[in-house]
Design a binder for this molecule. Structure first.
Ligand SMILES: Cc1cc2nc3c(=O)[nH]c(=O)nc-3n(C[C@H](O)[C@H](O)[C@H](O)COP(=O)(O)OP(=O)(O)OC[C@H]3O[C@@H](n4cnc5c(N)ncnc54)[C@H](O)[C@@H]3O)c2cc1C
Length: 438
């Protein structure tokens, strides 16, 4: 059994958020020529994560996790949207600063006339379902930060692009109450200078954990990067060591590690990731977040019970902008009736089946983590939407940089990537003048 979710001509679609996901959603849905698309953004600019906020306390609810000296961890040559290459007109470095990524997104909006679709300073406070002769509509309560007025509007579909790097995941570590030293989450980290001459433990060795540790070692007296994959302590540099994960905290800055050794620190920085959060969805939306899984969701994108609600950008460990592009081209195909969906029962059953399998391995929390599965995911969406496919060259560059980043976390950004075709060998990587492609 399949179902068509074709929306009527001129259907009204609300997009929540004008970060990278919201922008490409707006473009792809608007380009179908069938819908009225409106984007709601609480800040006064586009870009979301890529808007660096110097001050931690701001007048916005949204707080970017960007830090001052961040440069991308993926080469810009593969980061861009499908129809808008992130090329050397944005600078030659393959790993540009956050300012350059923001200017890329601005330029994308200007080129495709997206600004006119966006209502800035507008917070989506609440979304609730309204049942209307057997179909569902969505009521949005909007709050204008400038006029301080509330307003209610009804939409045929809502595309949720509110990002998932704002609600910090704080692990429960035994002894936190005894520790008596500051514990901060990487979300609030801005620059290394305030940590001059301190002894710091960093928990978590994802991209941010590693990046922040290398930034801190320039000023700190010692940085101990603690993570699960490390079995024994070893020095990486003069004042940077890798340690087993933290087992418990103790009095006055003492930390017990998994190998039974201890650390004495002045501060603990948690680089432990983020949680999905949709504070504006009321219970009628029937969306739940459990153990880092959003339910009920089909293909990490569509509400399995109410398919006119969708969530762009949930997958983790991916190539974000292209994946958002594939997701929203697919959404445009569904809402324009070019592509069907399985029955709601089937969609619900698919997610349950996947979760059942992950539960048997105790790894439910990795449900949205696609990693190497992202290529098949994007190609499947591209086929369904009858759109351009992801090139193998892009995949190879992503794999190359991921491996090299692990080996050389400090040096990988010195490399320059060049892509000249779509095939598996149509790319090169240089260190200075030297071609170091394997
Ligand atoms: C530190 C860090 C480094 C990263 N480095 C890279 C990298 O090198 N390369 C890469 O490709 N990706 C990187 N990423 C991933 C990055 O988050 C994605 O590339 C992408 O920018 C996410 O876009 P988004 O639109 O999903 O979310 P966001 O950028 O978070 O945008 C969400 C938007 O929604 C708005 N919003 C939220 N709630 C509401 C509401 N209720 N009402 C109105 N507006 C609302 C917010 O104001 C915001 O503008 C990094 C992420 C982080 C945190």
């Amino acid at each position: 059994m399949v179902q068509s979710i074709q929306l009527s001509n001129n259907a009204k679609i609300a997009v929540i958020g004008a970060g990278a996901a919201g922008l490409i959603a707006a473009k792809n849905l608007r380009d179908s020529g069938l819908f009225q698309v409106e984007v709601f953004e609480e800040m006064d600019t586009v870009g979301g994560t890529w808007v660096y906020q110097e001050e931690i306390a701001s007048s916005y609810y949204f707080q970017s996790s960007m830090y001052r000296d961040l440069r991308t961890n993926l080469p810009k040559e593969i980061m861009g949207f499908l129809d808008f290459p992130f090329d050397d007109s944005f600078g030659v470095s393959s790993f540009p600063s956050h300012q350059v990524v923001l200017s890329y997104l601005m330029s994308f909006c200007k080129t495709f006339q997206l600004f006119e679709l966006i209502r800035f300073h507008c917070v989506v406070k609440k979304i609730s379902r309204f049942d209307y002769f057997g179909c569902h509509k969505w009521d949005l309560v909007l709050y204008d930060l400038r006029t301080q007025q509330l307003e209610q509007r009804r939409y045929d579909a809502v595309v949720i692009c509110n990002g998932h790097y704002t609600k910090s995941f704080i692990p429960q570590i035994p002894g936190s109450d005894l520790f008596l030293r500051p514990i901060i989450h990487s979300h609030f980290y801005k620059s290394p200078e305030p940590f001059y001459k301190l002894r710091i433990a960093v928990l978590g060795a994802g991209n941010s954990g590693i990046d922040i540790s290398y930034e801190l070692k320039r000023v700190a007296s010692k940085v101990s990067l603690c993570h699960k994959k490390c079995e024994m302590r070893r020095m990486l540099e003069d004042n940077l060591e890798e340690c087993p994960t933290i087992e418990s905290l103790d009095t006055d800055g003492k930390i017990h590690l998994a190998d039974k050794s201890t650390l004495q620190v002045d501060l603990l920085i948690l680089c432990t990731g983020y949680e999905y959060d949709f504070p504006f969805l009321d219970s009628s939306c029937e969306v739940f977040v459990q153990d880092r899984v959003v339910l009920p969701i089909y293909r990490h994108l569509i509400h399995a019970k109410y398919p006119t609600m969708s969530f762009v950008g949930l997958p983790l460990r991916i190539l974000p902008f292209p994946l958002f592009d594939y997701q929203t081209r697919y959404l445009a195909s569904i809402y324009s009736g070019k592509c069907t969906l399985p029955s709601c029962e089937r969609m619900l059953a698919e997610q349950q089946q996947d979760l059942f399998y992950l539960d048997s391995k105790g790894s439910r929390k990795y449900y949205h983590l696609l990693a190497e599965k992202q290529w098949e995911y994007c190609r499947e969406l591209a086929d369904l939407a009858d759109g351009p496919n992801l090139s193998v060259a892009v995949q190879r560059v992503y794999e190359d940089v991921s491996q090299f980043r692990k080996r050389e976390p400090e040096k990988y950004r010195r490399r320059k990537y060049i892509i000249f075709g779509k095939g598996p060998d149509d790319w090169r990587v240089f260190e200075g003048e030297l071609d170091v492609t394997l």
